[in-house]
Ligand binder design. Structure first.
Ligand code: ADP
Ligand code: MG
Length: 650
């Protein structure tokens, strides 16, 4: 923390409810209370070699109470008989006495009447004391908050009933009550949202003039694919397909996000969309993040496309690029597709699979002389709606919440290291029955290299087991080797595939029924869910073993959530609750970690209002050059000035 501005925007992590002081005689065991009391006695007792118990006897006019601290470091020096304390915490009844364990407390000057209300608790590192920072922010607020320039034009503020900036900042730090704090929070979240919304609006205005080819989504190829499908579309697939049909028949480029959990059947929807393009005389490109996935998609699409006579081209980085034929075709590849040497002459649709970032810049690369292809982005990341709308703000949203019928449920079992044998007995049983298994090696380091080594070791161990054909896959292996191993696993020539998190994305081998995740506590919830999505894809039920002895409550909570539900959206909400948006689903790169005030499960309305405000503002003043928009423009300068060259939409 180096500036007043940083101090003012060090938002409280939570608040202590000190709206009321309770006399000790009136405290209710089991509930949280704030008391003001004087220290009568201080005792320190050694419990073991490391642990000491510090206990205080405190009293007010009405009674007395025991306060216990098990980690007494830094506390002993601050408490001595005769001092007044303000204590907030849960009161328990222990051996017939009222007790508070590890309460939040402040030492009061003798006669000081404590400030009541909600007290901010800041996210502090190191040895900074809450009370010290509270005093600093109180001073900063009273001296400088009023000098903050409010970037929101008053018309916008009135329209959306938002507070002015200075009081909002002041009351976020020191609210009188909950409503007060909420009004302050709303204003400050609106500012954050408006910033993102302006960038999105700015970018899409820039692309707004683009035309797109008008496709006929009910052409013969689409009908043929629909006729040949061995199953009925799920409700989700059906709705998504209707959305896409409507979009691609327009002369504006479609920009749609298809959100569907692993195994919800996004590929079929992509196939239909691609046939809308190909059957209308255009090329369709399917872009995926890795070469393995490109190959796998190409393989699973090949029979479909062959049966209806549609050419398929695979463009993967390691091979010398085959040419895109001068005719309607499906082209599958990685980001290499965006490179100059891949020349499409009639690109009608781009499908981007399992990709977080696909911004205006990438889209601009695809457009040619003012004509842009339609865009379908697919993700299995079950982002809650508000978050999705913010992160992919420029995309319309289709969500598939259901799964194909007849899916076998996956059972999830937690095991401690001691019981790991159980998991491998299950692998053995599966192999005996002709099924296959994945073993995910522990995440030992930051690099794929370190993790690759761990996977090798694990695989070597398993190769000793008679009757198991063991394969190994990780990111450090040559791409060709990765592809070979995947193919062997898919063919059934490998029984047990040991790998790093490279297994996370896209692999579709219905015969794999068991997954063992080693040291599962080291993985994020989203990752665990993605990994688990690899099994239970066929006719046989699957089991996922999470081997872990979690060391933290957070890890414990993640594993519990995995055992409790297989629903990606529910897990996403849990993940958000456990970790907050900063760490959530690897979205750190979107800058969301800088938005601790946002409540992603509730702030949808506020986001819509910010989008509306952005439209209003840019319609009236497209470059934000007017005097009343100067402060706003200043705040956005770094983003907007580079925007013409490269607008980051996600
Ligand atoms: P994801 O959404 O994870 O990409 P996929 O598209 O790979 O899912 O589909 C997973 C599996 O479900 C595939 O084997 C696919 O053939 C099958 N599938 C897709 N849609 C349906 C459906 N409507 N009914 C039955 N099976 C389906
Ligand atoms: Mg997929």
């Amino acid at each position: 923390m180096t500036t007043i501005g940083e101090l003012l925007t060090l938002w409280p992590r939570r608040y202590l409810d000190r709206t009321r002081i309770t006399p000790i005689a009136q405290v209710v065991p089991g509930s949280v209370a704030t008391i003001r009391a004087r220290i009568q006695r201080v005792e320190e007792r050694r419990l073991s070699r490391q642990r000491r118990l510090l206990s205080l006897l405190v009293s007010d006019d009405t009674g007395s109470l025991t306060v216990s601290f098990f980690h007494a470091r830094g506390i002993r020096e601050r408490v001595s008989p005769g001092r007044w304390l303000l204590l907030s915490g849960r009161v328990e009844l222990y051996r017939q006495r009222f007790t508070m364990t590890h309460p939040d407390f402040d030492v009061l000057e003798d006669a000081e009447a404590p400030r009541l209300g909600l007290w901010p608790v800041y996210p502090l590192a190191g040895s900074l004391k809450q009370r010290f920072v509270q005093d600093l922010t109180a001073m900063a607020v009273s001296r400088w908050a009023s000098q903050l320039e409010d970037p929101l034009p008053s018309a916008i503020r009135r329209r959306f009933r938002l507070r002015e900036l200075a009081p909002a900042v002041a009351h976020l730090h020191f609210p009188d009550n909950d409503q007060d704090r909420e009004a302050a929070r709303r204003r400050l979240v609106f500012d954050e949202f408006l910033r993102m919304a302006l960038v999105i609006e700015w970018g899409s205005r820039r692309l707004g003039g683009q035309r797109a080819p008008v496709l006929n989504p009910d052409n013969g190829l689409v009908r043929e694919v629909l006729d040949r499908l061995p199953f009925a579309l799920t409700t989700g697939q059906h709705t998504a397909w209707s959305d896409i049909r409507a979009d691609v028949a327009q002369p504006r480029p479609m920009a749609r996000l298809l959100q569907g959990d692993v195994g919800s059947g996004k590929t079929v929807v992509a196939l239909l969309a691609m046939m809308a393009a190909v059957g209308s005389g255009y090329q369709a490109a399917l872009m995926v993040p890795t070469e393995i996935l490109a190959e796998q998609h190409a393989q699973s699409l090949a029979p479909w496309l062959a049966s209806i006579g549609v050419p398929l081209v695979l463009i993967a980085g390691h091979q010398r690029g085959p040419e895109v034929p001068n005719q309607p075709a499906v082209v599958v590849g990685t980001h290499a597709l965006l490179s100059e040497r891949v020349a499409f002459d009639r690109l009608g649709l781009v499908v981007v699979d399992e990709q977080h970032r696909f911004g205006v810049r990438q889209r601009a690369q695809l457009s040619d002389k003012g004509v842009s292809p339609h865009l379908l982005v697919m993700t299995a990341t079950p982002i809650p709606r508000t978050l999705a709308l913010t992160v992919y703000g420029d995309l319309a949203l289709s969500r598939m919440l259901d799964k194909p019928a007849g899916r076998q449920p996956v059972k999830t079992i937690r095991l401690s290291q001691r019981d790991r044998r159980t998991a491998y007995l299950a692998v053995r049983e599966a192999v005996r029955q002709g099924r296959q298994a994945y073993v995910v090696c522990p995440l030992v380091g930051e690099t794929e290299e370190a993790n690759g080594k761990a996977a090798e070791k694990l695989a070597d161990g398993m190769r000793q087991i008679p009757g198991w054909r063991v394969g190994l896959i990780h990111g450090r292996l040559p791409k060709a080797e990765q592809a070979r191993v995947m193919e062997a696993f898919r063919r059934g020539a490998i029984d047990v595939l040991v790998g790093t998190t490279i297994l996370e994305v896209g692999l579709d081998v219905p015969n794999a029924t068991v997954m063992v995740i080693e040291e599962a506590d080291r993985f994020g919830l989203a990752q665990l869910h993605q990994l688990r999505g690899r099994i239970g894809r066929g006719a046989h039920p699957g089991t996922c073993y999470l081997i872990a002895d979690p060391a933290t409550d957070e890890a414990q909570a993640r594993l519990d959530a995995m055992v409790k539900t297989a629903d990606g959206f529910e897990l996403a909400e849990q993940d958000l609750a456990i970790r907050g948006p900063g760490e959530f689903l690897g979205l750190r790169q979107h800058g969301l970690s800088g938005m601790p005030l946002v409540d992603w499960t509730r702030d949808g309305t506020l986001w819509r209002q910010a989008r509306e405000a952005a439209r209003v503002l840019l319609t009236a003043d497209p470059e934000l050059t007017r005097e009343e928009h100067r402060a706003l423009r200043n705040r956005l300068r770094d983003v907007l000035d580079s925007a013409a060259a490269e607008v980051r939409l996600h």
